[in-house]
Write a protein that binds this ligand. Structure first.
Ligand SMILES: [Zn+2]
Ligand SMILES: [Zn+2]
Length: 194
């Protein structure tokens, strides 16, 4: 069952090692997402239905699994590094998804609402607790194509890269000139061997 915001804040503080405005924004974002999808027990009875795509790696990101139960290691949390305070919540059962973007205007609203609070983090924490969902986020229904290889429970034997020999799971291999390669050997390597 869903907890109160205060209940989630306590869990977020533990998981993230501090409570900050980003945590509260992330909790509110996840709560709004599951509300729009009509899920009442995202981390319990509905846990196999939900997938979250998060577009930034910042404080708010850590709050998403607290509400949704979606975790990277469970394959239910997907990171798309777009540098935006935005996330898409998808219900696999109903096959629908909603994308939420944090509105830039809420920082301005924080200054208007609590001019007496000097600490920006405190000012924003209060504001993110108080503002209605519609003022904090823009929401848009979207379609997300998620293949079976992207979902929890997908099983297949790993294939091996023709160049480096490392095993590749979940169909992440690419074919170049007839050779099966890992993404690193196909040119997406993010590291250099020393
Ligand atoms: Zn933080
Ligand atoms: Zn390789």
């Amino acid at each position: 069952m869903l907890k109160t915001l205060a209940g989630y804040e306590a869990l977020a503080e533990q998981a993230h090692s501090h409570l900050c405005a980003g945590q509260i924004l992330g909790l509110r974002m996840a709560l709004y997402g599951v509300k729009l999808l009509g899920l009442e027990d995202p981390a319990g009875a509905d846990r196999k239905r939900l997938v979250a795509f998060i577009e930034i790696d910042r404080c708010a990101t850590d709050a998403i699994p607290i509400v949704t139960g979606c975790r990277l290691g469970k394959r239910a949390l997907k990171f798309r590094d777009f540098g935006k305070v935005a996330a898409t919540f998808g219900d696999l059962k109903e096959n629908r998804a909603v994308r939420l973007v944090a509105r830039d205007s809420s920082k301005q609203r924080a200054r208007e609402l609590y001019p007496e609070i000097e600490n920006k983090n405190q000012q924003q924490m209060r504001t993110y607790r108080k503002l209605p969902d519609e003022e904090l986020f823009d929401a848009q229904w979207v379609r997300v194509s998620v293949g079976p290889e992207d979902l929890p429970g997908y099983k297949s034997a790993p294939v091996h890269c023709a160049q480096c020999g490392e095993g590749i799971n979940f169909k992440r291999e690419v074919v170049r000139d007839g050779r099966v390669l890992c993404r690193a050997c196909a040119g997406e390597r993010y590291y250099e061997a020393l």
